[in-house]
Design a protein around this ligand. Structure first.
Ligand code: XIL
Length: 312
């Protein structure tokens, strides 16, 4: 039987999953990962804390393991993520830096990481989660110290380090049209006008049944496309308040179907990635107390899995 990736491929799209260290020794897990997906994103292995644990000392083993696995499975890789406020190493956050020091740190890290994976990564989430819900810049170490120009700088450096990688901005709660996605729309338009190398915008898609489905997703994807950008759903999961009931799982399935159809309806929405494919390895229960069951698999195939097949 065709896997999700085969079905997506018929539309010129990919279907991906995040994958994290603990799953790499789980052979039944790896079998499904290889059979069903043609894109993988390391959930943690390429983050700054993992790749530059001490200043100037780089560690590629976690990322390399996933790149190798992807190569064995003929899958592509989304690199995640270069510039973020979270999961930074202590050496970076435990003291103050001048603007010129921090700019040099960011430049060195970007060249080192993108350079290491040059030719092996389809796209990079260059900047992750740069905006607040109201569309103002998130007050991160990067913004505080360097101002908003850090975004264009990081994109330019990443492009120099791997001219073929597609470069993305990526964020959550971007699915619906609203202040946050408007801020990305304006920024993307601005960056394009200035000739900054930006190829796409990633909509994470961490959805929750209790907040309602983002009905403007398709229109929102389309307006970014019209700027000449790719879009992608990069970290999809649809969580719910536990316990999961048949009713909630059915509702979840329609969300998976609808978000996949939204991507397929928009040219240059290049693919969908789920933030791991099985509830067994989801980040949700650890971060949102009382919530869970967000993915298309648990120990079996869930209604969401069949809904994805229907949409594709
Ligand atoms: C999550 C990972 O899945 C967890 O294992 C980790 O503890 C925290 O980060 N948005 C992102 C991802 O861009 O990097 C996050 O991944 C989930 C939210």
């Amino acid at each position: 039987q065709l896997g999700l990736a085969d079905l997506a491929h018929r539309h010129g799209r990919y279907f991906g999953s995040a994958v994290d260290g603990p799953a790499l020794t789980d052979s039944p897990y790896l079998k499904i990962l290889g059979d069903q997906f043609d894109m993988v994103t390391p959930a943690n292995g390429m983050k700054w804390y993992a790749t530059e644990p001490q200043q100037g000392v780089f560690d590629w083993k976690d990322g390399d393991a996933i790149v190798q696995l992807a190569r064995a499975n003929h899958q592509r890789v989304r690199g995640h993520t270069l510039v973020w406020h979270s999961q930074l190493p202590d050496w970076l956050t435990s003291r103050e830096w001048t603007a010129s020091e921090l700019r040099a740190i960011l430049k060195k890290h970007t060249f080192a990481e993108v350079g290491h994976y040059r030719g092996k990564v389809y796209s990079w989430d260059v900047v992750n989660e740069a905006f607040n819900e109201d569309g103002t810049y998130r007050d991160t170490i990067w913004y505080q110290t360097l101002g908003p120009g850090y975004i264009a700088d990081a994109l330019r450096w990443a492009h120099q380090a791997d001219p073929h990688a597609k470069l993305y901005l990526n964020d959550y709660n971007l699915e619906a049209i609203g202040p946050k996605s408007d801020a990305y729309y304006r920024l993307a338009k601005d960056l394009k006008a200035q000739g900054v190398p930006l190829d796409g915008v990633g909509f994470q898609g961490h959805l929750a049944l209790q907040y309602g489905y983002p009905a403007t997703l398709e229109d929102n994807l389309r307006r970014f496309t019209e700027l000449g950008l790719d879009t992608a759903l990069t970290e999809v999961d649809v969580r719910m308040q536990l316990p999961a009931t048949d009713e909630k799982l059915a509702e979840q399935a329609t969300w998976y179907r609808d978000l996949t159809e939204a991507c397929l309806a928009v040219r240059h929405c290049v693919g969908v990635t789920v933030w791991d494919y099985t509830d067994k390895y989801s980040w949700v229960p650890g971060v949102f107390p009382g919530e869970g069951a967000p993915l298309p698999w648990d120990d079996q195939l869930k209604p969401a899995y069949y809904a994805l097949r229907e949409a594709l």
